[in-house]
Design a protein. Sequence first.
Length: 309
Amino acid sequence: MSRVLADERVDQQSSGGARPSGRDDVGLAGTNGAPAVTSGWAWIKGRLDPGDFLACALGVLAFTLVDTTVNVLTVQADNPNIASWKPMLWEVSSTIGILATMWIPWVAISLARPDEPAGEGWRPKVRFALIHVTCVLMFSALHVIGFVMMRKAGYALMGAGDYEFGDAFIYELRKDLVTYGLLAGAFLLSAYLRRRRNEAVRPVSFDIRDGARIIRVPLADILAASSAGNYVEFRLADGRRPLMRATLAAVEAELSRFGFVRVHRSWLVNVERVTGLSPDGSGDWTVELGAVEAPLSRRYPAALEQLRG
């Protein structure tokens, strides 16, 4: 979280909605922490961090260097008459193909997390299946096309004629399905461990910089936050509505890890403070948070499932 400036006065007992100060340097304030227990997809929700992809790519590279060496030596031991460059070309081309296409399961996991099929109705399940089936086929097809092209180029360069792939796509697809699953699992594990490391301490309060003041508010007392031009307006349990100069996206980045969910392009709500849901028709809903009501757009189906859960 952002740092609390030491020279700012902490106001824990301010009342009423303060007016914007107009200062441009007002940003997100920090929090103070206490041990907490957080589990499940709260650590992984949202798009995956590029760091997860890089960490897994380096892990795959390290593993394949060892695996490639072992496979090449095994092929040469089983076929002593084969030219040594052939197994090397086969294994290296396959490895390069995997490294070049591993972004596909990364994107797929970002778009369709494993928790989504648990939602009510058939649409989340169909969407999940379509995304991953499509991505598996794309992953395998690009992997095969890539290594076949490299092998053909290698054979031509060595004057060994043309490389024949034949009708082995189904065989490669079965192997790529396993590889796809392992890569997806590695991305999820990396995200889980990163979130767990970053959230070893959960803050019990959030500092709202309202003009020249800092209002320290327990997280449980924040019912919702909404966009108000260049400001974010917080709806507190005691009726206060302080404003902070920030974007709702920036506030969401701070609070989404602690039980706050975006339900509308202009609204963020505290899941733990939701007291009811009312349908508005056409797939839209109203989220009840005591005396505060927030709109839930049909464009946020994952938020609806989370609130129902």
